[in-house]
Design a protein around this ligand. Structure first.
Ligand code: ADP
Ligand code: MG
Length: 178
């Protein structure tokens, strides 16, 4: 495990790192893709993104946008609901997981979820609330809420690191009053 992910710096000191919280509103699939591309540009190998929200909330669409930012054509990214895991090669390897069909953390653990979550690339997990115990504490959380129309509330929590500043700037137009 890399030092940044364990929260222990090379010097042995614990890295004290707060979180940024953004509440974003998307009014269309295109806007959700734009938010996802902006977040994707801030991601680094080893990052885990935990996506939560009901069926049809936009998690898979969001993964397409993240993948695009990582250099993977968005039409190649399809829902892994039935395969559970899809791995994409690219400039940054992408592991796309959907745990919807798993019973919970125990079953996920049995099929090697810990290894998948500590892989070399970026890891995206749909229905992450089902495996909370297995997620790294510094994972990026993206929580979708939606009603019947095209509007989606997207709440993002990420470590307060400089590399997320640009994401914050690029998502201002989706923030309240932005
Ligand atoms: P999930 O993976 O959360 O089940 P999907 O990404 O597969 O959801 O599907 C989201 C569906 O909602 C798509 O058909 C998409 O076109 C539609 N949609 C409508 N408005 C939005 C929006 N603002 N953001 C994301 N998806 C939206
Ligand atoms: Mg999905």
């Amino acid at each position: 495990m890399s030092s940044a992910r364990s929260g222990i710096a090379a010097s042995g000191h614990i890295l004290m790192c707060g979180k940024i919280y953004l509440r974003l509103t998307s009014n269309s699939p295109a806007e959700t893709l734009a938010i996802a591309r902006a977040l994707g540009a801030a991601l680094r190998p080893g990052d885990v993104v935990a996506l939560t929200g009901d069926l049809g909330a936009g998690k898979t669409l969001f993964c397409k946008g993240v993948g695009e930012a990582l250099g993977i054509p968005p039409d190649r990214i399809v829902s892994p609901t039935f395969t559970i895991v899809t791995e994409y090669e690219g400039p940054v390897p992408l592991t796309h997981i959907d745990v919807f069909r798993l019973s919970g953390a125990r079953e996920a653990d049995e099929i090697g979820m810990r290894e998948l979550l500590s892989g070399e690339g970026v890891c995206l997990v749909e229905w992450a609330e089902k495996i909370t115990e297995l997620l790294p504490t510094d994972c990026i959380q993206v929580k979708f809420s939606h009603s019947d129309d095209d509007r989606r509330e997207i709440a993002v929590a990420a470590p307060d690191l400089p590399r997320f500043d640009d994401f914050r700037a690029r998502s201002i137009r989706f923030q309240p009053g932005g």
